[in-house]
Design a protein around this ligand. Structure first.
Ligand code: ADP
Ligand code: MG
Length: 463
């Protein structure tokens, strides 16, 4: 770095670089620890920090799904209501329509009745706006509910909320059956709609991925939060009770966001972020990886620099102390800035953080911080995927089955440098040869299409 950046700032960045380092040997340890935790979580309920939730989805869609289905996607800051027309075998024409509604922040930490009431009223409006022409043929409307928080499922249509993650904290919903809550709220709103399936967004992404390509066996979310699901052999799930499914398979929602291990490169910024979060001590992997947090980590590094030297001017004149003031789309924009004078970096710093008059060297340093934080995130996500691949024998030498990994989420979709780093790290960890049979596919809208597909498979009218 150029001498114009003060030595104190340089030192903070050097320390960050060191603390965030993810050489292949360390990632190998992360993958091994992930695999071990997966086994422990499959053995018995509570066997691991990662819950390895049985999804009750034992068959992935095959294209024969047919009819009109609805889906609800709740998991981030917005939720969506969707309608999908599935055209059946060999006619994979799928008509879709959706509406996005943002959740008022106060409902994210209010009561369950308020939150589900708000959701049900949005569904009611959506259905009312359809008019009367929907071809229901006297059938009840059916819905796939994508609920992307850890849920203990007891069947495809019921599950109790284990805990909230991300920005949600509706305390009285914890321990309740979220399907019953939704069903009740919809009845109150006068909506005649049956919840045919409760799924997680990872499971939906995997379902949509396999609809498009039958070699999809892993679904990953890299958005506000992070999580993964995969197809497991039913006989490899000791904690699975009752008869084994006929397919011999079961989709497992890993809830890998809660993974933690001494292998993980954790910095002082991560520790402070965790301590001050809504869920301290939890979702440690997610806090290193996902979109809700990357911008916030960068903000914390910048604040540290600002307290050590004067390159950002007087801290009290900036907005550097405001939590979550820098968002991941902002660091993505700065990271991809190709203007010769890093104009976009200057704009972002001036706009969100009220840092004016930075030198080019300072702006370059900010880009490097974004790079360090994002690279660590993408490399850890790749290591997690390799852990799953090892668990299902897809990363062993000589294995030549094709493996498709379906990935959805705004972080993966929009942050090109993140995506490139994830893909190149996968190749690095799997080896040149093995990585030829692996492909990563952006699978948009798994939580909409996927939910509709699974609802179709579990429809009360299914043949
Ligand atoms: P959710 O995970 O809430 O269901 P998305 O999959 O759309 O929603 O992901 C949204 C998240 O993706 C945002 O919270 C943000 O962190 C990240 N994101 C969105 N746009 C970008 C972008 N341009 N660059 C980087 N990250 C982005
Ligand atoms: Mg989502």
């Amino acid at each position: 770095m150029v001498a114009a950046v003060e030595a104190a700032a340089e030192q903070v960045v050097a320390q960050l670089r060191e603390d965030c380092a993810t050489p292949a040997a360390r990632l190998d340890g992360v993958a091994a620890a992930m695999e071990e935790e997966m086994r422990a979580g499959l053995r018995e309920e509570g066997g691991s920090k990662i819950k390895m939730i049985v999804s009750y989805v034992d068959n992935l869609p095959n294209g024969s799904e047919e009819g009109l289905f609805y889906a609800l996607d709740l998991g981030g800051t917005n939720f969506r209501v969707l309608r999908v027309q599935l055209a059946g075998k060999d006619k994979r024409v799928v008509k879709r329509d959706s509406r996005e509604v943002s959740i008022p922040p106060h409902l994210m930490s209010g009561s369950a009745a308020e939150l589900f009431g708000f959701i049900a009223s949005a569904v009611a409006k959506y259905v009312a706006d359809e008019g009367v022409n929907r071809a229901l043929n006297g059938k009840q409307r059916e819905l796939g509910f994508t609920f992307s928080f850890p849920v203990r499922q007891t069947s495809i249509t019921s599950g109790t909320l284990i805990k909230w993650t991300k920005a949600f904290a509706v305390d009285d919903a914890v321990g309740e059956d979220v399907v019953a809550e939704l069903q009740m709220a919809m009845e109150k709103e006068g909506v005649d709609m049956r919840v045919a399936a409760l799924i997680n967004d990872t499971v939906g992404t995997l379902a949509a991925g396999s609809y498009n390509d039958e070699d999809a066996v892993i679904g990953v979310i890299l958005g506000t939060g992070s999580n993964a699901a995969y197809v497991e052999k039913a006989s490899d799930i000791p904690k699975l009770e009752g008869e084994l499914p006929k397919s011999g398979k079961m989709v497992i929602n890993t809830e890998w966001g809660n993974f933690s291990s001494s292998c993980l490169p954790i910095t002082e910024y991560d520790q402070a972020l965790d301590e001050e979060s809504l869920n301290p001590g939890e979702q440690i992997f997610e806090k290193l990886i996902s979109g809700l947090y990357l911008g916030e980590i960068v903000r914390r590094v910048l604040l540290k620099i600002a307290t050590q030297c004067s390159i950002f001017g007087d801290v009290s004149r900036t907005k550097l102390t405001t939590h979550f003031n820098l968002r991941t789309p902002d660091i993505s924009a700065m990271h991809h800035d190709e203007t010769p004078d890093l104009r976009i970096v200057a704009e972002k710093l001036a706009g969100h953080l009220k840092i004016a008059n930075t030198t080019l060297e300072t702006r370059k340093m900010v880009v490097e911080i974004c790079d360090i934080v994002t690279r660590r995130s993408a490399r850890l996500a790749a290591a997690g995927i390799v852990g799953i691949m090892r668990k299902i024998g897809r990363a062993t030498p000589g294995n030549n089955s094709r493996t498709v990994i379906a990935i959805d989420g705004g972080l993966f979709e929009h942050y090109a440098k993140f995506r490139q780093c994830l893909e190149s790290t996968l190749a690095e960890l799997l080896g040149e040869e093995a990585s030829k049979s692996v492909s990563v596919k952006l699978t948009k809208d798994g939580s909409g299409l996927g939910a509709a597909l699974i609802a179709a498979a579990h429809s009360q009218y299914a043949k």
